[in-house]
Design a protein around this ligand. Structure first.
Ligand code: AMP
Length: 746
């Protein structure tokens, strides 16, 4: 349900709310002004600003005529249709205004050289990238999105290759490799204030527009489009924007704000939208890592065949080369996830040399192998056919890739390649105990779990999540941890990712040893017997684990994410019917959706029914398991049952206050991973704990229970019973007091 920019604008002008576009660019006043400079009103009352400027070319023509054209669009099935493209309010620019306004990297006739209107200057305009994002945002089919981005990349590769690294980072809204942890961290309200200051709008207006549209980027763009400029700052370019965003990330306070303001003032048309979205951290163009790598690979092939093939034909003519380039690039990237290293290498060397030029090494996280869910033991056997498999307990903690480099430095990375080293000084202090014989460098894959030292057993994930994340002082650590190791990816200068799991495991046992309560190997069972797997699954749950991870041992068992190695399969306890029963819950409140969910509710507040007290007690917020269509249906139905305030018989904490309260008219079937004690929710309060209720962890919507009325919903006693019959709770009655964390999922 993504709204296009065109429809927002149409809506606004229909309502007579959209200020008319500026008729001409006012004269430039070549004087530097600071952010505190007052906003000047032009004759028609629309705000005019002065901005800090660098020398620039002047354009005084009509500057906001919409670009109208017909574009080809491909849907998810690959069908091509014509689409009208409307570009809004392009402002004044340098000599190449025409080309700039018409820049369309999705055009069938796109030529990476001819259409790169910046070829004379060899510096990529930020507007070209913003136009690319804008077109991608309006495109439905993923293939077409990737193709559009690849066109832009091929132009950059040919015309301004220095800009490829910043263009790539900007396209995925990163400032550096993820593991460096450089984040922008500009709060939305702070940005709103900067927008107000730059456009003369008041904060309440910006807030209400953002609430209505669900996107501060669009609001920022609208505000800028309708604004007259006393003079126009120099056009932005990709490398400067990237450099300044990095600067913004590193500074704080007023100078950060000034820089944001100065950049924002220089934005033209859709630049404002994407600049603001970059700062918020949500680009909303739907390009993630894998699509980006594919676009880069296609761009590279297009660049290589610029002389013998039209860009639009490259995908057809050089299909095999694209498949090979993509695989090589993805493989290299999964082992060396750093564009600062990869991009210069693809520009300089033959793609076949990439892996050798960009090797994995300790200190740089690899992309971790992930797992796919299965519905039960039978499905595991169906998916793995006759291959030799191993089952390992699936520990419920935090993924940790632990690296030791030749200098003796240890780094710990999370599942998302964030650097978690500072969180675990205790692990680092005791790391030498793990080694057997001479080990100079390694990368191991493992799960860190909270550990009850006295009772020598695993504690629930919630306990681990109470551990401090930053500046952890080893003396003050309250939650002890044990590391369960399940893989070895690198040892003494040799990468092991191309070896099978059996070999990797053998090396793991050869070079490392267990230390009670500190370092353990994942409990494993190599079996192809279905009953044994079932039994092992039940044991894992009794052992406070989430279930099993099932992996191939010898065939298709390498650790190469991009290659045809088999995914790991997970068998979780909530897939087993007698452990993870569903609940039937009443919908009592709705939270308005943001982003893609704008216009419908994005989440809901659910309650169980307490028959004794005849009240509905909140049990969780839910935002998962819905299709767009579900959300539409629920919003329409529940919208008819809104009540001005909470019913007197609703029991909830004020921090959960939804945007709308509903009459208790509908029951939903909901599944979850666990039930846990909650300081906020009120389900079964007083039954298990005097002060706390019970809440659901990872709730997901299954279906509407039309056959049940609200008073037949799961009752408080049943909730308490479900909570208490969890193996983990039975084993850890004492540690429950620590389960204070609340899960929010949307
Ligand atoms: P999930 O997060 O539910 O997709 O499950 C995959 C996660 O399980 C991995 O990312 C690890 O953090 C965790 N895990 C726990 N035990 C193991 C194991 N023995 N092998 C692989 N992953 C495991």
């Amino acid at each position: 349900m993504q709204k296009s920019i065109t429809s927002f604008f149409k809506k606004k002008s229909d309502a007579g709310d959209s200020p008319s576009p500026p008729k001409k660019v006012p004269k430039i006043e070549a004087k530097a002004e600071l952010p505190d400079e007052p906003i000047i009103k032009s004759e028609d009352g629309s705000p005019t600003i002065k901005a800090k400027v660098e020398p620039m070319s002047v354009d005084s023509g009509e500057n906001t005529s919409p670009l109208k054209g017909v574009k080809k669009e491909q849907d998810s099935e690959g069908k091509t249709t014509d689409r009208k493209v409307t570009s809004i309010g392009l402002n004044s620019t340098s000599a190449s205004k025409e080309d700039m306004e018409n820049y369309d990297p999705s055009a069938d006739s796109y030529n990476p050289l001819k259409n790169a209107y910046w070829k004379d200057k060899k510096v990529t305009p930020y507007l070209a990238l913003a136009r690319t994002f804008q077109v991608i945002e309006e495109t439905k089919g993923r293939l077409k999105m990737i193709d559009t981005l690849s066109n832009f990349f091929s132009s950059v590769m040919l015309v301004s290759p220095e800009d490829l690294v910043p263009s790539v980072y900007l396209s995925i809204n990163q400032l550096a490799p993820a593991y460096e942890g450089l984040e922008l961290g500009v709060a939305e309200t702070t940005l709103m204030k900067a927008i107000c200051k730059a456009t003369g709008r008041n904060l309440a207006h910006i807030k209400s527009q953002t609430h209505l549209i669900g996107d501060l980027g669009i609001v920022a763009e609208q505000s800028r489009v309708s604004q007259r400029m006393m003079f126009q700052p120099a056009p932005l370019n990709v490398r400067d924007v990237f450099r300044k965003l990095r600067e913004i990330a590193k500074i704080s306070g007023q100078s950060k704000m000034d820089l944001v303001y100065n950049m924002f003032v220089a934005c033209r048309s859709s630049e404002a939208r994407f600049f603001i979205r970059s700062l918020i951290g949500k680009l909303r163009i739907g390009i993630a890592e894998q699509s980006l790598l594919t676009a880069l690979a296609i761009g590279l092939v297009k660049k290589n065949h610029i002389d013998d093939c039209k860009a639009s034909k490259v995908q057809e003519v050089y299909k095999d080369e694209i498949v090979e380039t993509t695989l090589l690039l993805k493989t290299a990237y999964s082992q060396c996830p750093n564009y600062d290293v990869i991009i210069p290498a693809i520009l300089k060397y033959d793609i076949k040399e990439l892996q050798e030029r960009c090797p994995m090494h300790p200190g740089m996280p690899l992309r971790p192998m992930l797992a796919q869910p299965t519905k039960g033991v039978h499905e595991v056997f169906e998916r793995f056919g006759g291959m030799q498999i191993t089952c390992e307990w699936k520990y419920d903690g935090e993924r940790a890739q632990i690296h030791l480099n030749e200098k003796g430095e240890i780094s710990i990375f999370s599942r998302n390649s964030e650097n978690n080293t500072a969180k675990y000084p205790d692990l680092i202090a005791r790391s030498s105990g793990l080694l057997k014989g001479e080990v100079k460098s390694y990368i191991i894959d493992s799960e860190i779990v909270a550990w009850d030292v006295e009772r020598k057993q695993i504690l629930p994930f919630q306990v681990l999540s109470t551990r401090k994340r930053k500046n952890v002082d080893i003396e003050e650590i309250k939650v002890q941890v044990c590391v369960y190791i399940f893989d070895l990816l690198y040892i003494n200068g040799t990468a092991l990712v191309t070896k099978n799991l059996s070999e990797r495991r053998k090396l793991l046992l050869e070079h490392f040893q267990e230390v009670e309560g500190e370092w353990k190997f994942a409990t494993a069972l190599d079996t192809n017997d279905i009953d044994e797997v079932q039994q092992f699954l039940e044991e894992s749950i009794k052992g406070n684990c989430e279930g099993l991870m099932v992996k191939t041992l010898d065939e298709e068992a390498t650790y190469e994410i991009a290659k045809r190695s088999r995914n790991w399969l997970k068998l979780k306890k909530d897939y087993i019917s007698n452990v993870g029963d569903s609940l039937d819950l009443v919908v009592i409140g709705g939270y308005k959706g943001k982003g893609r969910r704008t216009g419908t509710y994005g989440g809901f507040l659910l309650a169980c029914y307490d028959t004794e007290n005849e009240e509905y007690q909140s049990i969780c917020k839910i935002g998962t398991g819905f299709t767009d269509e579900d959300l539409q249906t629920h919003s329409e139905f529940l919208g008819k049952h809104v009540t001005p305030s909470a019913k007197s018989y609703y029991r909830y904490d004020s921090s959960l206050e939804p945007d709308h309260w509903f009459e208790p008219v509908q029951v939903w079937e909901v599944k979850c991973a666990d039930l846990s004690l909650s300081p906020i929710h009120r389900a079964a309060i007083g039954i298990v704990d005097g002060e706390r209720g019970i809440s659901l962890r990872f709730p997901r919507f299954i279906r509407i229970r039309d056959d049940k009325n609200s008073e037949n919903a799961t009752d408080a006693n049943q909730v308490a019973h479900m909570y208490q019959s969890q193996d983990q709770v039975k084993n850890n009655q004492k540690s429950c007091t620590q389960m204070d964390m609340e899960d929010e999922f949307y």
